[in-house]
Design a protein around this ligand. Structure first.
Ligand code: PLP
Length: 387
């Protein structure tokens, strides 16, 4: 049995084996992609190849991919009133968000606080489309930002339906596909996204690289976040992170090739894990279980459980899990996602996220269930609860 089982893939995935070699090769390149000499052209060539690979993952054109330093930066770049289209050159008036967005979207980008409105989700954590219709109908020039899959629950959002509603009202749709990419289909046209965010480290690339991808060159962001040398066609100045971008491209290529097989593998293990979890403690609750979810994610809680204690207990048993979103762990903060789903505060405080990946194994799941058995029996002794 493995010494440790890593079940925190939604926080970050390990570098894919195939990516390591590409990363090492790219690190050895001396040139700056902006230089005209042979060394510069060699660096430019690998960056452009990666752009093609990342574009292919979401069925976009390479010229519509802009590399950034992270998914967070891509979200920040996207969320601006200054998005022009041939039909509308005036600034976007409002930013509409679902109540379960990642903190990097909840922060609202370059919109003033007063221009931001949150939309409710149902008890399974899916956007309320009727609320979206009602709000968007009375908002001219809205920018709507909706994640494709939630990082805590894994619940998949009705993005294509939302796109139809948003476009009918003359709005634009930004989709944060950071958790969805490589796990479910992510076709920018099929989703109806005008802008889409990806992050390399969730799909087996290196940490610290992301991309903002637009549907076509009809979408123009008029205020770049970082201005200077004109890299990324003026959208993101600064010498490119060549090795990180190359690794992102390599990871995107593998993710695209292996997606269906890896999703089936993760789903089989996740089902094993959830069946075992609830067999050990029938009162355990799996959040978002009534909705379509990513194949790798389980967010659960049980009466009497405290997430911080449970995460430490699992860690001592050799298992890496997290309490809700990684960005908010360290600070004991109730999950805004579960609050929006109407989950009671005591159950929310116990929420632990288990997220699997392409190299998770049945032995990892067994190890997790062994640890859960111990934890659940300690809980029931402590609280006199039939866990
Ligand atoms: N969006 C979602 C849904 C995420 O889960 C994350 C990271 O956890 C991000 C955006 C931010 O990506 P990055 O870590 O590349 O800044």
């Amino acid at each position: 049995m493995a010494e440790r089982s890593y079940f925190d893939w939604n926080a970050t995935a390990p570098l894919r084996a195939e990516v390591k070699a590409a990363l090492a090769e790219a690190l050895a390149l001396a040139g700056n992609p902006s230089s005209v000499h042979a060394e510069g052209r060699a660096a430019r060539a690998v960056v452009e190849q990666a752009r093609e690979q990342v574009a292919a993952l979401v069925n976009a054109r390479p010229g519509d991919v802009f590399f950034t330093s992270s998914g967070t930066e891509a979200n920040m770049l996207a969320l601006t009133p200054e998005i022009e289209t041939p039909a509308e050159r005036r600034p976007r008036s409002r930013l509409l968000l679902s109540a379960i967005e990642h903190v990097s979207v909840r922060a609202g980008g370059r919109f003033p606080r007063v221009a931001i409105e949150e939309l409710p989700v149902d008890a399974d954590g899916r956007l309320d489309l009727a609320a979206l219709s009602a709000v968007v109908a009375k908002t001219s020039r809205a920018l709507v930002s909706l994640m494709l899959a939630n990082n805590e629950t894994g619940v998949i959002q009705p993005v294509a339906e939302a796109a139809t509603i948003v476009h009918a009202a003359g709005g634009l749709l930004h989709v944060d596909a950071v958790q969805a990419a490589g796990r479910i289909a992510c076709d920018i046209d099929a989703l109806g996204a005008d802008l889409l965010t990806l992050s390399a480290h969730k799909i087996g690339g290196a940490k610290g690289v992301g991309a903002l991808i637009r549907k076509s060159d009809a979408i123009h962001i008029a205020d770049a976040l970082i201005r200077g040398g004109g890299q990324e066609r003026g959208m993101r100045a600064g010498t490119e992170n060549v090795a990180g971008i190359v690794a992102f491209g390599a990871a995107a290529a593998v993710a695209r090739r292996n997606r269906e097989a890896e999703a089936a593998h993760m789903l089989a293990l996740r089902n094993l894990l959830e069946t075992g979890l609830q067999a050990i403690s029938p009162r355990a609750v799996i959040f978002g279980a009534g909705a379509e979810r990513l194949p790798n994610t389980t967010l659960f809680s049980a009466p009497g459980m405290k997430a911080e204690t449970a995460v430490i207990a699992f860690d001592l048993e050799g298992i890496a899990v997290s309490s809700g979103a990684a960005c908010s762990s360290g600070k004991v903060q109730p999950s805004h996602v579960l609050a929006a789903m109407g989950v009671s505060p005591p159950l929310t405080r116990g929420a632990v996220r288990v997220s699997l990946g392409w190299n998770s194994t049945p032995a990892d799941v067994e190890m997790f269930l062994g640890a859960w058995r111990k934890l659940a029996s300690a809980l029931s002794n402590e609280h006199g609860i039939a866990a």
